[in-house]
Design a protein around this ligand. Structure first.
Ligand SMILES: [Zn+2]
Length: 274
């Protein structure tokens, strides 16, 4: 709880301690930035509590089909050990042989959705293999957190995302980084107002001026945006302070900091958060 708001971090990557720093390094290299924290679960909990973050949505991305099972078991075990602090999302890989089996495993592990990263996993969002994943997510009612946007590639850009949203109108999608990392303005212009699409504002404040971030969030609407850190890339306290300094009214801040994430990913709101 910070400044009277319950706070959920809707975008956190976590790794087993033994490989955390290396995994975080790899992501940092891909985006040509460092990472402020180390990717370990304990560090996320400590940094979240320090910042006043009350709940974290955690996930990790499989870069090959054989990683899918072990990552999903790790996320589920972390949720189980977290005493209600975490909601977990599963990973899938478009090259898995039995996609339905992997989705059923995610459901049976009690995970609340799926995270996909088309740029790191190297698939186009509208590829037939991805479409198979989305059809299964609709069938099993799993929301999808998608990395979206990269000016260097077009795996996850609006031209690939729009056909998915059109073909699966009941699929709930959260487009990370305001729908288009490094192509923020174009993404917001093309993606606003789509009923089955939400956005998170993680990994945005480091690149986009504050006044511009506020304009972009307002264009999407406070009902549509989730706050998140992209841990371990950024420090929760700094990211939360930046968000709070944007000057949203209390009702909007409550939605962005908790209610939208709770609704999309299906975790409970404390009874006294009214
Ligand atoms: Zn991510």
């Amino acid at each position: 709880m910070k400044n009277g708001f319950y706070v959920a971090d809707a975008h956190c990557h976590v790794y087993p301690d033994a490989i955390a720093e290396k995994a975080a390094d790899n992501t940092g290299v891909f985006y040509d930035v460092g990472h402020e924290l180390d990717g370990k679960v304990g560090t996320l909990v400590a940094a979240s509590r320090l910042a006043g973050v009350d709940h974290c949505v955690i996930q990790s991305v499989a870069t090959s089909p054989r990683q899918v099972g072990s990552i999903n078991r790790f996320i589920a075990a972390t949720v189980a050990a977290g005493d209600g602090f975490f909601t977990g999302l599963g990973t899938l890989h478009p090259d898995s042989e039995d996609q339905r089996h992997e989705v059923e495993r995610i459901v049976s592990l009690g995970l609340h959705g799926v995270k996909l990263h088309p740029d790191i996993q190297r698939f186009r969002l509208d590829d037939p293999k991805a479409m198979e994943i989305f059809a299964l997510c609709v069938e099993y009612s799993l929301p999808v957190l998608l990395h979206t946007g990269d000016k260097r590639y077009d795996y996850s850009n609006p031209n690939r995302l729009l056909p998915v949203l059109e073909r699966f109108p009941t699929l709930r999608v959260v487009g990370a980084h305001l729908g288009g990392w490094s192509i923020w303005e174009e993404a917001v212009a093309r993606l606003k107002g789509i009923p089955n699409l939400w956005f998170d504002c993680s990994s945005t404040f480091a690149w986009v001026d504050k006044w511009k971030v506020k304009t972009l969030i307002e264009a999407l609407g406070a009902d549509r945006v989730l706050w998140g850190t992209d841990y371990p890339m950024w420090t929760p306290k700094t990211e939360l302070d930046t968000f709070l300094s944007l000057g949203f009214d209390d009702a909007s801040a409550r939605k962005i900091l908790w209610e939208n994430a709770a609704a999309v990913f299906g975790f409970p709101t404390p009874a006294h958060n009214a």
